[in-house]
Design a protein around this ligand. Structure first.
Ligand code: 5AD
Ligand code: SF4
Length: 433
């Protein structure tokens, strides 16, 4: 009988793809099959995120719960960014954990499950040319890594210490993977990296003269690929050539994530983001001008050390000016191994909470106006998911979730939809025959 694998994935899209890679290796090279039941599992994996403190805090209670529920001989493995960061400390604190597998050591999953105890968290490990087995959670879209690690030194961020130095994956491998996925039905390709538009700075096999814009062109030349998305780009590297390709290449979805972090140039400097408020506004406005329907999402941190009311007002200013369609906002969380945790003038929690609520309420009220403008528009929707109540949902190129009445025959199809109802986070419409 096949062994059963239970896997929980936290954090970002990179983690989702890492989990797919582990599932692929375990189901194709070992004798595992996936289960949703903790009690039935022979192997329990948790793929962790360490970007903020809270989920790291919860990790130990969560694996404690796994330990209580699991079969006597089932193994527990802690993977991902918290695994990289805490390493063997995890096994010391929770001796029932069998192995700790860092975010940069995913390909060793088939080795670590065979050892009584293992800690594999090598930050220099190079998986950029490793040929993972194939597994995709969705038949309609394919996540494809284009780089590993991150070379930026944002002073709040633990990721360079959990995912290591940035190495780009050779373009031939990316194109080959995209071709294969698209031929198998995944018409939407989602290119992933911590910093996608820094692509091409360093390869581990040989030098190449290629950047992210070139890579976008190459992937868009694959006939079966109909849509390309990517995350996350960095505002600093949004040069004109990149914006022009984004605007003019019809296969590139018109949705851009532009992580602002702060609207204050002083704070951006303290964060070592490399751009100013004016640069960010210039890029966002240029984008809106070039692509009228563009959907811009962002990440914002409030309460970074030294953030005054005036600094926060600059953030609010950018929010009002850009009119982001989506904001992921967070209270600053001091992280180990980051310079900002030792900065003076840490902002007290109640001030940060107030700023966060203010920002979120403001954006919530802006969303009504933003979504109202969608009424009556016609979007081509790529349908991916059945929803309760006889609905099918998909996304427009500019990333609105759109649902219509319908059934599974719509799945995997591109269909024009007229928007008849708007909500803050999703739209509803009717198929245009
Ligand atoms: N505190 C709060 N938010 C953080 N992020 C990264 N590090 C921290 C931190 N120390 C946020 C950033 C990033 C997103 C993935 O998480 O906004 O873009
Ligand atoms: Fe979390 Fe960042 Fe790691 Fe993704 S890369 S899992 S967001 S810490």
């Amino acid at each position: 009988m096949k062994k059963k694998l239970y896997i929980e994935t936290l954090g970002c899209a990179m983690n989702v793809r890492d989990s797919e890679h582990m599932i692929a290796e375990l189901t194709q090279k070992e004798d595992f099959t996936l289960t949703n039941s903790l009690e039935d599992a022979d192997l329990i994996l948790i793929n962790t995120c360490s970007v903020r403190e809270k989920p790291v805090h919860k990790l130990f209670s969560e694996i404690g719960y796994f330990n209580k529920k699991k079969k006597a001989d089932a193994k527990i493995g802690v993977c991902g960014c918290t695994a990289s960061h805490l390493g063997e400390e995890i096994i010391k604190k929770a001796p029932y954990v069998s192995f700790v597998l860092g975010a940069r050591n995913v390909s060793k999953i088939t080795e670590v499950i065979k050892k009584p105890k293992a800690v594999e968290v090598d930050l220099d490990y190079d998986e950029s040319t490793y040929a993972f087995s194939d597994f995709r959670s969705s038949p309609y879209k394919a996540f494809i890594n284009i780089s590993i690690g991150c070379d930026k030194k944002c002073t709040f961020c633990i990721v360079p210490n959990t995912r290591g130095e940035e190495i780009s994956i050779p373009p031939e491998l990316i194109v080959q993977e995209a071709k294969k996925a698209a031929k198998n039905g995944a018409k939407e390709i989602f290119l992933l990296g911590q910093n996608v538009n820094n692509y091409g700075r360093r390869f581990s096999d040989k030098e190449r003269n290629i950047d992210f814009t070139d890579l976008l062109k190459m992937v868009s030349e694959i006939e079966e690929v109909k849509r390309i998305r990517f995350t996350s780009p960095h505002p600093l590297h949004m040069d004109d050539r990149f914006l022009e390709e984004f605007a003019n290449n019809p296969k590139i979805c018109k949705s851009m994530h532009m992580p602002l972090q702060s609207g204050s140039t002083k704070i951006l400097r303290a964060m070592k983001r490399g751009y100013t408020k004016e640069w960010f506004l210039d890029r966002a406005m240029k984008l809106r001008e070039m692509v009228p329907d563009v959907h811009i999402s962002t990440d914002i941190i409030v309460g970074f050390p030294g953030e005054s009311e005036e600094d926060f007002a600059h953030t609010i200013d950018v929010v009002k000016e850009v009119g982001f369609e989506q904001i992921f906002s967070f209270k600053y969380s001091p992280r180990p191994l980051t310079p900002a945790k030792d900065y003076p003038n840490q902002v007290d929690d109640s001030t940060a909470s107030k700023r966060l609520s203010y920002l979120q309420e403001l954006h919530f009220s802006m969303l009504d106006t933003i979504s109202q403008k969608e009424l009556g528009k016609v979007y081509e929707v790529y349908f991916e998911e059945l929803k309760p109540g006889g609905y099918v949902a998909g996304r427009s190129s500019n990333n609105w979730i759109v649902k219509v009445k319908g059934s599974e025959e719509l799945l995997g199809k591109f269909v024009d939809v007229k928007i008849t109802k708007t909500g803050r986070l999703s739209l509803e419409g009717e198929l245009i025959a």
